[in-house]
Design a protein around this ligand. Structure first.
Ligand SMILES: Cc1cc2nc3c(=O)[nH]c(=O)nc-3n(C[C@H](O)[C@H](O)[C@H](O)COP(=O)(O)OP(=O)(O)OC[C@H]3O[C@@H](n4cnc5c(N)ncnc54)[C@H](O)[C@@H]3O)c2cc1C
Length: 377
């Protein structure tokens, strides 16, 4: 990518080296900016579990020339199969059939971070670990990619209190069985559901969500006893008992709802990723939105030397889409957990759709996956 735009030679400081911060570092450095990333963690490549990456985000990775590296550490996802708690099929969304050639993939978060980290450094970005930001530095351009508890978001929007959704989620990894099919499966029971998909390197990712009254902390890395996870899903059938019998450690966190930040920038600061729009995980778009943001932010800044105007354009291009995605994820949370007669009616409708118009269900989400952020900006 030629560095002839408005970013050439400009200094940019990014707080946070998660998926959003590293993608931004890469996108900005490729356009000639002098990028410094400040990350409080001492090591980048260890945390997290699986992430589903859909074509809307893969288009950005490809435009950043890391498509091949990403493919090497990820596996394809052929579709999403919704099942009832016993394991019987309710509906299948066939990615291969409805979008042949589009890249739906799954990856371990740490592997994606490693690809982004290597590419950002190779493009000239400086990434400083063990560098927690307590007071926001006075920089010509400061980007807050500092996640859920973003200080930059607070500086722009004030403090807001999220509310507990009444749902707790476990995440864990188990060994991948032989002859596993590559795609996501969602098992839906009253008040609970489980999502699972294979990752590369012989791993299966599991996220299991249960409704509960008591508050659970919003912290990805809080360990829990695997027996609690097994007990919550003891009446689930199909492959679930076999998977859960292999869990040796798991983490649990409380799902909270946050507003999409009303204000994403001032003249010298901007936010992206979870800092701007934390989402429930039910559309698997948290990391994808962060990747999209990073590209669009870099493109807007590069296209217009008037920084305040470029940042306003960035928010205008991104916020409506992120609001729509966050709302769609909220709606999925309700639909997965139906109970009683509503559940019977809902599942019957989906089974009918599976038989009569399977493509229609997939097409309802086409606006998520067909989007090309590299064409927008
Ligand atoms: C530990 C962890 C595990 C996750 N696991 C999954 C998963 O398994 N599946 C999934 O779909 N999503 C997962 N996510 C969420 C998903 O990665 C995010 O939705 C998406 O990646 C958004 O990324 P982000 O870069 O905006 O924020 P984050 O990934 O949260 O990155 C923010 C970064 O900023 C750093 N930071 C924060 N405050 C400061 C500060 N004051 N000074 C310096 N650095 C700071 C953090 O250490 C972190 O590295 C996980 C997130 C985290 C943090």
């Amino acid at each position: 990518m030629a560095a002839a735009g408005a970013l050439a030679g400009r200094a940019v400081t990014i707080v946070g080296a998660g998926i959003g911060g590293l993608t931004a570092a890469l996108a900005l450095a490729r356009r000639g900016a002098a990028v410094t990333v400040l990350e409080r963690a001492g090591a980048l490549r260890e945390v997290g579990a699986g992430i589903q990456v859909s074509p809307n985000a893969v288009r950005v990775l490809e435009a950043l020339d890391i498509g091949r590296d990403f493919t090497a550490v990820s596996v394809p996802s052929h579709g999403v199969t919704l099942r009832d708690a016993a394991g019987a099929r309710v509906l299948h969304m066939d990615f291969d059939r409805w979008r042949p050639g589009a890249a739906f993939r799954t990856v371990h978060r740490a592997r994606l971070i490693a690809v982004l980290d290597d590419a950002a450094r190779a493009a000239g970005a400086t990434i400083l670990l063990d560098t927690p930001v307590e007071t926001l530095p006075d920089a010509g351009l400061l980007i807050g990619a500092d996640g859920l508890h973003s200080r930059v978001r607070v500086a722009l929007n004030g403090t807001e209190t999220p509310f507990f959704t009444g749902q707790a989620a476990w995440r864990t990894l188990v060994p991948l069985e032989d002859a596993a099919s590559f795609g996501a499966q969602v098992f839906m029971g009253p008040g609970r559901h489980m999502v699972s998909y294979p990752l590369a390197y012989g791993l299966r990712n599991i996220v299991a969500v249960e409704e509960r009254a008591a508050w659970t902390a919003e912290d990805w890395s809080r360990p829990d006893d695997p027996a609690a996870l097994r007990a919550a899903f003891a009446d689930f059938g199909g492959p679930v008992p076999g998977w859960l019998s292999q869990v040796t450690d798991c983490a649990v966190w409380g799902l909270h709802r946050h507003r999409v930040a009303p204000r994403w920038h001032d003249d010298r600061r901007a936010i992206l990723g979870d800092a701007a729009h934390p989402t429930l995980p039910f559309l698997a778009q948290g990391a994808c939105m962060a990747i999209e943001d990073a590209w669009v932010l870099a493109a807007c800044l590069d296209a217009d030397a008037d920084q305040p105007r470029a940042l306003a354009r960035y928010q205008a291009l991104r916020r409506p889409r992120c609001v729509r995605i966050v709302e769609a994820a909220n709606a999925n949370a309700r639909n997965y957990h139906l109970s009683g007669p509503r559940r019977r009616v809902g599942h019957t409708a989906l089974r009918l759709a599976d038989r009569l118009a399977p493509r229609a269900v997939f097409e309802r989400f086409a606006w998520v996956y067909d989007h090309d952020p590299t064409a927008v900006a």
